[in-house]
Design a protein around this ligand. Structure first.
Ligand code: NDP
Length: 240
């Protein structure tokens, strides 16, 4: 197939599972990360997937990093904007810094990741943009005004990109995972985790591979008429 996929935050957690699943599906994969060199080297040694360090919140760094990926692997056909952070606090205690860090990484980071690859996708008349949003962007969450704002923003981004890209063979879709068993979720105290699981009708956390397989589907030719959509993968956590 020879297609190239870039996964931001692709060295750990859900992103690592996405990188591996895309490699297994035949893509040449580049996994970006922010600063955890040790995890990135181990991931690369274990999987054979090259890792590239840059901060998605920085437009110039993203442009330069993506140029390096394209020089090494070829033009990016599939871009998965997965890198994300949390800086939780109840609204009355949330600092402007906590607000801004999450906006810069989770929302502006999506712009910075997609904008440099968009012209090439238009020229080649093919592209797949997949943004990892969250159930908390769909329903809001206590102490996550910043995070929920960015994840809801992702849904506006893909709906708009879908309309701009459709005539040029580009699709843009979002996946909203529920609670997934990554380091982030496994690090919360067991009691809190149990109360989270109690609210999931499936009675368990999701697995990173369950999100990764949605990405592989959205990247495929089979998904070519799915554009501007949101896949909720959350074990039946309904929301109004
Ligand atoms: P992890 O914390 O396990 O991994 C985050 C990855 O993103 C790491 O590779 C990290 O790099 C990278 N990253 C963080 N900030 C930046 C940055 N500024 N620039 C480049 N890379 C960055 O996260 P998860 O796997 O849990 O989450 C992945 C995505 O899924 C996020 O967008 C998250 O919001 C979303 N999500 C997660 C859920 C969950 O239950 N886990 C539920 C719903 C959505 P490094 O290793 O260098 O730190």
């Amino acid at each position: 197939m020879g297609r190239v996929a870039l996964v931001t935050g692709g060295s750990r957690g859900i992103g690592a599972a996405i990188s591996v699943a895309l490699k297994e599906a035949g893509y040449s994969v580049a996994a970006n990360y922010a600063g955890n060199d040790e995890a990135a080297s181990k991931f690369s040694a274990d999987t054979g997937i090259p890792t590239y360090k840059w901060n998605v919140a920085d437009y110039e760094a993203s442009k330069a990093g993506i140029a390096k990926v394209e020089a090494d692997l070829g033009p990016v056909d599939v871009v998965v904007a997965n890198a994300g952070i949390t800086r939780d606090a109840p609204f009355h205690k949330m600092t402007p810094e906590q607000w801004q860090q999450v906006i810069d990484t989770n929302l502006t980071g999506v712009f910075n990741t997609v904008h440099p690859v968009w012209p090439g996708m238009r020229d080649r008349k093919f592209g797949r943009v997949i943004v990892i949003s969250s159930v908390n962007g769909q329903k809001g969450q206590f102490a996550q005004v910043n995070y929920a704002a960015t994840k809801a923003g992702d849904l506006g981004i893909v709906k708009s990109l879908a309309q701009e890209g459709a005539r040029n063979g580009i699709t843009a879709n979002a996946i909203c995972p529920g609670y997934i068993a990554t380091e982030m979720v496994m690090a919360v105290p067991e009691k809190v985790r149990e109360s989270i699981i109690a609210q999931i009708p499936a009675g368990r956390l999701g697995e990173p591979g369950e999100i990764a397989r949605c990405v592989v589907f959205l990247a495929s030719e089979d998904a070519s008429f799915i554009n501007g959509s949101t896949i909720s993968a959350n074990g039946a956590q309904f929301f109004s």
